[in-house]
Design a protein around this ligand. Structure first.
Ligand SMILES: *Cc1c(COP(=O)(O)O)cnc(C)c1O
Length: 360
């Protein structure tokens, strides 16, 4: 068996230990004689898996007791609709901050349900910065304010939770959840798709304050109402059981690796050394403002873009794969989520240094 270092933005690398555990339990989970995939979601075995996953993520993120933790389907994209459908609660306005491609998609979906007040945008600088919070145009009569805590494509990340006065804060944390400490009590809703930092795609984790549940827009499909999922312990319909189990294994892995604090310290080291290598070179460049750089997704360009294809093929030969940048940005992008070992980043830096020495 040979495993590569996978720098994909998503679906992304999963910790090897998690895959090995899933492999060892694939045919017979805990002596029950069947795979988790084959179990009834109502049976005691799966219930124990589901409850442990929830308890672990509550512990890891220090989720206050007045928040529900939901395991939903349809990825983060479905949350783009569920957030306005559940949180407008009779109001007709929500504030959104536009920091890149994922913000834009959330805004487009919200506009189906309400007026969107654009509180801030970094479109003018091509999404290479986070607009300073004191410049935001916040309508205190809005139902909530939504932002994207890490823009997976542009590689910009909020370094702090913005202070938006009394408004309920909603964050799409798909690509940086569990990578750094956050104070959940500052939010109305936090949501994230699974496939960046928590395992498989298709599932989403939504953390929602209880008082925001129960007032979905009239006419909402049952599956879009947080209350139905909250009341049924995320088993309103058959949940994505295997994905839920895998997420649980990822939570266990984070606990075994120092919790969010331990993972965050490692993420800081990984990102700092990769940015330092890019900044020390005249051949590589990262376009993002220093105070807005993402620890998770690091886009970089080569001084001579004619060398892009050669760079990618040499990287692949060295076992460093999926480094091609998003088509809207070009160049390269290294996604170094929680599951990327520090050795993977070291290997990338060595390869980049050698490429520059021999090809630039
Ligand atoms: C990947 C991603 C999404 C979309 O997730 P899906 O699971 O494809 O719906 C939304 N927001 C951000 C920030 C992402 O990185």
């Amino acid at each position: 068996m040979s495993r590569v270092y996978n720098f994909s933005a998503g679906p992304a690398a999963v910790p090897l230990e998690v895959l090995q555990k899933a492999q060892s339990e694939m045919l017979d989970w805990n002596g029950c004689g069947m795979s988790v995939m084959e179990m009834s979601h109502r049976g005691k075995d799966f219930i124990s898996i589901a409850e442990k996953a929830e308890a672990d993520v509550r512990e890891l993120m220090n989720v206050p007791a007045n928040y529900k933790v939901l395991f939903l389907q349809g990825g983060a994209t479905t949350q783009f609709s569920m957030v306005p459908m559940n949180l407008l609660q009779g109001k007709n306005k929500a504030c959104y901050v536009n920091t890149g491609a994922w913000s834009k998609k959330a805004i487009k979906e919200a506009k189906i349900h309400c007026n969107v007040q654009l509180s801030a945008s970094s479109e003018d600088d091509n999404f290479t910065s986070i607009p300073a919070v004191d410049s935001w145009d916040i309508g205190q009569d809005a139902a909530y304010l939504h932002y994207t805590s890490n823009e997976t494509i542009g590689g910009v990340e909020f370094q702090d939770v913005p202070d938006v006065g009394g408004l309920d804060l909603v964050a799409d944390m798909s690509s940086n959840i569990l990578s750094r400490a956050v104070d959940v009590s500052k939010f109305g809703v936090i949501y994230a798709g699974g496939q960046k930092n928590m395992g498989p795609s298709g599932i989403a984790l939504t953390i929602v304050r209880e008082d925001l549940i129960g007032n979905a827009k009239a006419g909402s499909p049952s599956m879009m109402d947080y209350k139905n999922h909250a009341d049924a312990g995320s088993m309103f319909n058959t949940p994505a059981t295997y994905s839920w189990y895998l997420m649980g294994l990822v939570f266990e892995w984070i606990k075994e690796n120092g919790g969010v604090a331990g993972i965050e310290a490692r993420n800081v080291r990984k990102a700092e050394k990769l940015y330092a290598a890019i900044d020390a070179s005249d051949f590589y460049a990262n376009p993002v403002q220093l105070n807005s750089r993402s620890r998770m997704n690091i886009p970089f360009t080569l001084a001579n873009s004619e060398l892009d294809a050669l760079f990618l093929s040499e990287a692949t030969e060295a076992g460093l794969v999926t480094l091609k940048g998003h088509r809207s940005v070009g160049g390269m992008r290294a996604s170094i989520y929680n599951a990327m070992p520090e050795e993977g980043v070291d290997a990338l830096i060595s390869m980049m240094t050698e490429f520059e020495r021999t090809k630039a």
